[in-house]
Each structure stands twice: as structure tokens, then as C-alpha cells.
Design a protein around this ligand. Structure first.
Ligand SMILES: [Zn+2]
Length: 97
């Protein structure tokens, strides 16, 4: 359980902190961490504990966006991906120095 620093309401900390985020946003118009400092870390720990092996439902992000393009499409794209990767590599190196 976490205490809202603004209204002292006790809220349950979950993996996704959906309730806490909603509370912070809708009740106070604040970020999660402003109302519940450390909530993000607790959520991460919960995720780490539960999410081993299976894909945990991470709230907030888009769903099912991780599946790549169909196989037939992939072959065509290979050349492009290589080009993109080398471009990214060059970019990364540039950023490091
Ligand atoms: Zn509150």
C-alpha cells in the first residue's frame, strides 16, 4: 500500500500502477511520482518478481505491437533493415563521441 502525499489516501500499489496513475492524474493533475514517490520502483520490483518467464501485461504502452511483419514481407525488407542498422550504428558511434 502507498499513501498519496497530497490527500493521504491509501492506494494499492500494483505492477502497472494504473490506479495510482489515475488517482494522481484525475484527482490532482499530477504525475504518479509526485503523489506516490517510489511507486514506479515498487512497480518495477513487482514486475521483476512476477514477470519472470511469461510476458507480464505492462500497462500504458501499446498492446501487441511487438509482433513483427509477416515472413513474406520480412525478406523484402532485409536490405532495408541492413541499411537502417548501419545507419543507426553510425549514429550511435557519433553520439558516443
Ligand atoms: Zn491523492
Amino acid at each position: 500500500m502507498l499513501l498519496c502525499t497530497v490527500c493521504q489516501l491509501e492506494m494499492k500499489c500494483t505492477k502497472t500502477n494504473t490506479e495510482l496513475k489515475l488517482h494522481a492524474d484525475s484527482k490532482h493533475g499530477k504525475q504518479l511520482e509526485e503523489c506516490f514517490p517510489g511507486a514506479t520502483k515498487i512497480a518495477e520490483e513487482l514486475l521483476a518478481a512476477v514477470g519472470k518467464g511469461k510476458d507480464a501485461d505492462v500497462g500504458g504502452g501499446g498492446k501487441g505491437s511487438s509482433s513483427g511483419p509477416p515472413k513474406a514481407d520480412r525478406k523484402k525488407k532485409d536490405g532495408l533493415d541492413d541499411l537502417l542498422n548501419s545507419g543507426l550504428d553510425a549514429f550511435k558511434k557519433k553520439g558516443k563521441n
